[in-house]
Write a protein that binds this ligand. Sequence first.
Ligand SMILES: C[S@@+](CC[C@H](N)C(=O)[O-])C[C@H]1O[C@@H](n2cnc3c(N)ncnc32)[C@H](O)[C@@H]1O
Length: 204
Amino acid sequence: METNWEELYRDGISPWDKGAPAPPLVNWMQKNPGLLQGRILVPGCGFGHDVREIVKASPSAEVLGIDISPTALQAAGKLPKAGSETYEQMDLFALPDTLKNSFDWIWEHTCFCAISPARRDEYVDAVHGALDNDGQLLAVFYLDPYDEDHRPGGGPPHGTSREELEDRFLSGGRFIVEEKFVPEVSYEGREEREMIMRLKKAHL
Ligand SMILES: C[S@@+](CC[C@H](N)C(=O)[O-])C[C@H]1O[C@@H](n2cnc3c(N)ncnc32)[C@H](O)[C@@H]1O
């Protein structure tokens, strides 16, 4: 069943939101100063903590946060601005032509996990289609958030696995792996359960 994100936000149910940017993003930007530049898309940005953190680290970047939930974006817009960031209510699966092949980077954080497995190939198509030539997807994927011993309340509705990520993103040859590792820092409870992947759009 598809999650009704707008209803959750309207009901004040957003346990995935930690009120702060994703620790692996902060850590990665500290280790790679200035690498995130140009036009940057943040799909499923929620309240926009990652959007603003990217703008703080790369003030000249043009960062667009999109989300299908108007309530989340309204809240994001009320938080103190970091710089020139913008937000738009938009479905990642229905990007306008003007945004296709146009981004230098996409930052992904618990949007893929939020998408039902039945639509994840469409997700891969959407991010691939949004990136310009040589554009890169920088992602922290939340792996297997639910199992018998570990059922955190704050996780996205669907987990993923290393195998699924490799199968969906890499098997078609559309992306080249630039980096892949388990981040050193995570939100509490997600330690060792995340995977950073930096994937460059391949020339086919
Ligand atoms: C688990 S939340 C994560 C939000 C944010 N990245 C964070 O970590 O706080 C998933 C987000 O993806 C958004 N979302 C789900 N499907 C989407 C779609 N097709 N297009 C754009 N946003 C979507 C939801 O509204 C929600 O804000």
